[in-house]
Design a protein around this ligand. Structure first.
Ligand code: PDD
Length: 284
């Protein structure tokens, strides 16, 4: 069951007019929110980032925080899995094709997909990644639905039999095609700083909070391509993939070739944090 413009319906019955600006221009923003045991995880952060994205494209937020929470609760209740991935999509609405903003209501859609835990294989052996030049625009902090560069970049990984493409801009690491990337160097967890060149990942934020709370040495600073290529460990995070180790980059083994100590520690902390916040109802 999905939510579309004020109504709940089976996905097969949902239709969008061809003049929707999401379809015509990719003119919209989105969020992906993980739900564990029917509770949205870090919802406040996701709603905050949604507001940032809407401000970035000058689109008024169609709902208050309370209204969003209520809509999400209803979508979660109407779908059967306990762990879900909510996909929220807002476009500038339906209007005759013209680049200038129209005065029309936005299109609002919320989908739910089952949220599958990362596979045992990936957790045991890590994943492979390739690198590519980051050729996206310079407002990557907006979670825009115009994802053509990310789609093309991710396909490079698929074509190479890998899982993710890690991007480099001007010899510095930015992020993955659909994930945040960390590097371990000299036992220190390195995170690229938030800027207009990366999406402020919610999982990235959780990992840094966990590092801080557990005295894991970390630094937020620019990471060079060379540091990425010589990393002791490379970690990938996202709302749907949680935390994973990249053990092979462009065909070269990373560190020992197996998920390393920082991955093991952070993965365990993340699972523990997830379980306690869900139990305590403090997920928000
Ligand atoms: N993508 N960077 C990019 C470009 C992303 O698309 C994502 C997430 C992230 C990680 O953000 P978070 O931890 O908040 O999920 C970083 C989502 C999952 C997607 O597009 O499906």
């Amino acid at each position: 069951m999905i939510y579309l413009n004020g109504k709940f319906m089976p996905i097969e019955e949902a239709c969008i007019p061809v003049l929707d600006r999401g379809f015509i221009f990719g003119d919209g923003v989105y969020e992906v929110i993980p739900v564990y045991s029917r509770k949205p995880f870090r919802l406040e952060n996701h709603l905050h980032r949604l507001q940032h994205s809407l401000d970035g494209i000058r689109l008024k937020n169609p709902h208050s925080e309370t209204e969003w929470r209520d809509l999400f609760d209803q979508v979660i209740a109407k779908n059967k899995e306990n762990d879900q991935s909510l996909y929220l999509h807002i476009t500038r609405g339906v209007a005759k094709r013209d680049h200038a903003f129209p005065q029309v209501p936005p299109t609002v859609m919320i989908l739910s997909n089952p949220l599958l835990a990362p596979s045992e294989e990936f957790l045991r052996n890590g994943i492979t990644a390739v690198t590519a030049i980051d050729n996206r625009w310079i407002r990557c902090d907006i979670k825009s639905i115009s994802l053509l560069p990310n789609v093309l970049l991710r396909q490079l990984a698929v074509d190479a039999g890998a899982v993710e493409t890690i991007m480099i801009r001007d010899s510095f690491l930015t992020e993955g095609a659909a994930s945040s990337i960390f590097v371990v160097k000299d036992q220190v967890l390195l995170a690229p700083p938030k800027s207009h060149l990366i999406l402020p990942g919610i999982t990235y934020e959780v990992v840094l909070e966990l590092a801080k709370a557990n005295n894991i040495a970390y630094e937020i600073r620019e990471i060079t391509e060379e540091e990425l290529r010589n990393a002791e460990e490379i970690l990938l995070t996202s709302s749907t993939k949680e935390i994973m180790a990249v053990t092979c980059l462009d065909g070269q083994i990373v560190g020992s070739g197996k998920p390393g100590a920082k991955f093991a520690q952070l993965h365990k902390l993340y699972q523990h944090y997830k379980a306690t916040t869900m139990r305590g109802g403090m997920a928000n």
